[in-house]
Design a binder for this molecule. Structure first.
Ligand SMILES: [Zn+2]
Length: 134
């Protein structure tokens, strides 16, 4: 017998002996038990969600600018993942000569990923010709 059924039977038994004060206290006790059972249920559900998020977090790898899971070539939206822990696959839009383009179906962020990062790196690390840096 569950705790709620048990509490209900106690309340019925007390009701039969017609002690109003005791019956009131048993009803309060039952209400408290129901609150605790509900809170326990919520905590269990929350705990399950946290476990799932943690397991997912271990599977996600950041390979700038996107997140990936092993064995899955489709990138995940970094905004959805970092802000809300939502693992949202990006939708492929187009591949150009120097970049690929993606869209998030949830936050609608457009993404473009340059295929050749070395072009950007050279521009960053080398001063423009004739500048005072060198
Ligand atoms: Zn997103």
């Amino acid at each position: 017998m569950g705790i709620l059924d048990n509490a209900k039977e106690v309340a019925n038994a007390v009701h039969e002996i017609k002690n109003i004060e005791l019956y009131g206290r048993v009803l309060d006790l039952n209400a408290g038990i129901m609150d605790l059972v509900e809170e326990n249920r919520k905590l269990h559900a929350e705990n399950e969600d946290l476990k799932k998020t943690l397991q997912l977090r271990e599977k996600m790898t950041f390979n700038e600018p996107f997140y990936y899971q092993e064995g899955d070539k489709t990138p995940f939206c970094p905004a959805c993942w970092e802000l809300k822990n939502f693992p949202i696959h990006l939708l492929f839009v187009a591949a150009r000569e120097d970049s690929t383009h993606w869209n998030c179906p949830v936050c609608h962020n457009p993404y473009s990923d340059r295929k050749d990062r070395s072009v950007m790196e050279i521009h960053r690390s080398e001063p423009p010709p004739g500048s005072a840096w060198g």
